[in-house]
Design a protein around this ligand. Structure first.
Ligand code: HH2
Length: 400
């Protein structure tokens, strides 16, 4: 074919935060659809942190990574085996990492298991989980908004505002209209230093609201108590949110299994009474991830079919711990369960900015967008309309 066009040759930079525009551009260029699939896996570099690899295996990992066009950064004394073990930072395009995983499978020194685990992690990068609530399936490829409704006299941000059932029901309807897929009703404050509430007291707070709302709408109940979970499930609640992850009352998991309800397991260090007294971790992301994996497996073994994991922002964490957890949502999402993040109006925003609790909307929205971009599937927020608007603009701009 002769080239008789006389348009100028041009070069310009592109921003591919998400693969969607890149795929569309390749299609517009005229790339074969199969080529689009193959090349999309080479678009962005990603990283995997592997801990505690035997030196001999780390040497092979490095070789396989290089031969696949990826990289594996390991301890400098791995090469002469002066260290017995090393962590490894493995990075490259998704296509290269898939290649590395394939090459490791079948090898000795623990590399077979490592290859299979890397493959499992890679698969979670592309398959958005789904959530079934009251017979409706939600594909979590964009974050679902859970609106907070505290029917308590003492919650940290909205305590006392909605403790009369009529006001609470009206507020719930407002949250749903504003874009909440679910309303999370809580009858016990878990703010730092909060006192324990009896099951009778908690039930007297939540039941008037749950009985009216749950037959029509997806209602989640924020409770650590099996008696409360059971009564709410009988009244039609769609989900149970347990900040103790079943450690206070393991029977909460049995209620979820019996009624087929999704179960949120959240990380908390200590109890609400003592959790903010000098919380320490060696590796906050690794420890929270390990805890959530263990609690999810525990709930699964009790027959719970749908599990959601939550790092518990503000529950036994310093400012740095909270920031690291929000920025490292990918390390939680690769467990294979939907990830919920509850950052809304919390004190880490006050610590960063000096803003009081009733003036943390802008900080809450910023945290929501970062969490969403890092792959959070569910955002638990007070300000539903503003969060929905921020997410809609973010999604539209990054696809343009
Ligand atoms: N945070 C709070 C309560 N429940 N549940 C999950 N899954 N994740 C959270 O981050 C979370 C939660 C605390 O916030 P709030 O409900 O606004 O306040 P209070 O506990 O004082 O009622």
């Amino acid at each position: 074919m002769t080239d008789d066009s006389d348009g100028p040759l041009s070069v310009r930079s592109l921003n591919f935060d998400s693969p969607v525009p890149a795929r569309e551009l390749m299609a517009a260029i005229g790339v074969h659809p199969r080529g689009v699939d193959i090349m999309a896996a080479k678009l962005t570099a990603r990283a995997i942190y592997v801990k505690n690899v035997k030196a001999v295996a780390a040497n092979i990992l490095k070789q396989e990574a290089l031969s696949a066009g990826a990289e594996a950064a390991v301890h400098r004394h791995v090469i002469n085996c002066r260290v017995a073990r090393s962590d490894a930072l493995l990075f490259g395009t998704a296509a290269a990492l898939e290649d590395v995983a394939r090459k490791l499978v079948g090898q000795d020194f623990g590399l077979d298991a490592l290859g299979k685990e890397i493959s499992r992690v890679l698969a979670t990068w592309y398959a958005a989980p789904s959530l079934e609530l009251k017979g409706r399936t939600y594909r979590l490829n964009a974050p679902l908004i859970v609106g907070i409704l505290n029917v308590t006299p003492d919650s940290f941000s909205d305590g006392g505002e909605f403790d009369a059932p009529r006001a609470a029901i009206a507020r719930a309807r407002e949250l749903l209209e504003q874009g909440a897929a679910v309303v999370d009703v809580g009858g016990e404050s878990t703010r730092p230093g909060a006192a324990y509430v009896s099951a009778e007291e908690e039930l007297s707070r939540v039941m008037p609201v749950v009985e009216v709302l749950a037959p029509e709408h997806p209602v989640s109940v924020d409770t650590r108590k099996a008696a409360v979970a059971r009564k709410c499930a009988e009244a039609g609640a769609a989900m149970i949110n347990d900040v103790s992850a079943g450690r206070d009352e393991p029977a909460v998991a049995e209620v979820c299994a019996e009624f087929g309800l999704p179960y949120v397991v959240m990380h908390m260090k200590g109890t609400p009474a003592d959790m903010q007294q000098d919380p320490r971790y060696d590796d906050v992301v690794g420890e929270v991830r390990g805890f959530l994996a263990e609690r999810a497996a525990w709930a699964k073994a009790r027959g719970v079919e749908q599990i959601i994991v939550d790092p518990g922002i503000g529950f036994g964490k310093t400012l740095e711990h909270n920031l690291a957890l929000i920025n490292n949502v990918p390390a939680l999402a690769d467990l294979g369960y939907p990830v919920m993040v509850g950052h809304s109006r919390k004190s880490f925003i006050g610590k960063l900015t000096g803003a009081e609790v009733d003036n943390r909307l802008a900080g809450s929205l910023a945290a929501a967008l970062v969490a969403a971009r890092r792959g959070a599937h569910i955002l638990r927020v007070h300000d539903v309309a503003a969060t929905a608007q921020a997410l809609a603009v973010d999604a539209a701009v990054t696809r343009a």
